[in-house]
Design a protein around this ligand. Structure first.
Ligand SMILES: CC(C)(COP(=O)(O)OP(=O)(O)OC[C@H]1O[C@@H](n2cnc3c(N)ncnc32)[C@H](O)[C@@H]1OP(=O)(O)O)[C@@H](O)C(=O)NCCC(=O)NCCS
Length: 165
């Protein structure tokens, strides 16, 4: 899927977060936070106070997704992604995960980690597509993506494509 997506940082902007989550229902909130979250702003207050950053992904002026990245150890970042309900299942999540997998090494991270419910087939499919390691215990799976290895693989693929007649 090729779509023109842009993103900008909204860390600290509670009104932007609230506006975005008015387009995200209870089920998606649960899948994102692994908990029932009625007021997302409270979850963001905690995340941002721990050094987390939040990016709003847009297509033109239309909000598409939020990406949250919180440093969680040497070179590692915990990543969370939520696509607005009406746009889920159309390839946006896959494309956005690819964009941020390329961006995060430039922000100084070597690995991205996410906790994903075992039932969350779409999120796990994205993790598999990117080549993440996935280990599941009970209902929760921990996904770990080696960003440096992915970057090397992507540049090798690009070089092979460029060399094709
Ligand atoms: C998980 C989420 C980010 C995925 O984004 P999306 O735009 O809906 O997903 P995509 O359309 O890119 O599809 C991703 C994969 O799921 C598959 N898929 C799409 N719709 C599906 C469905 N209804 N059931 C199962 N798989 C489905 C796609 O085929 C694709 O797999 P592939 O790469 O093997 O083809 C999005 O659904 C979401 O925001 N969910 C709520 C929050 C959440 O779960 N966040 C993840 C944890 S942080």
């Amino acid at each position: 899927m090729r779509v023109d997506l842009d993103y900008y940082e909204i860390t600290g902007l509670y009104d932007e977060v609230r506006r975005f989550y008015s387009m995200v229902g209870e089920e998606s909130r649960y899948l994102r936070f692994l908990a029932a979250v009625r007021d997302p702003a409270s979850a963001y207050e905690r995340m941002w106070s721990c050094g987390g950053r939040t990016f709003l992904v847009v297509q033109g002026r239309r909000p598409v997704a939020l990406v949250d990245v919180t440093p969680c150890g040497e070179g590692e970042v915990e990543a969370g992604l939520v696509v607005v309900d009406s746009l889920q299942g159309r390839g946006y999540g896959t494309r956005i995960a690819e964009i941020f997998a390329a961006l995060l090494p430039r922000l100084g991270f070597d690995a991205a980690i996410a906790e994903i419910l075992r039932e969350n087939a779409k999120a796990l499919a994205i993790a598999k597509r990117l080549g993440a390691s996935i280990s599941c215990r009970g209902v929760v799976c921990t996904v770990k993506l080696n960003l440096r290895r992915l970057a090397l693989k992507s540049s090798a693929v690009a070089a092979a494509r460029a060399a094709m007649p």
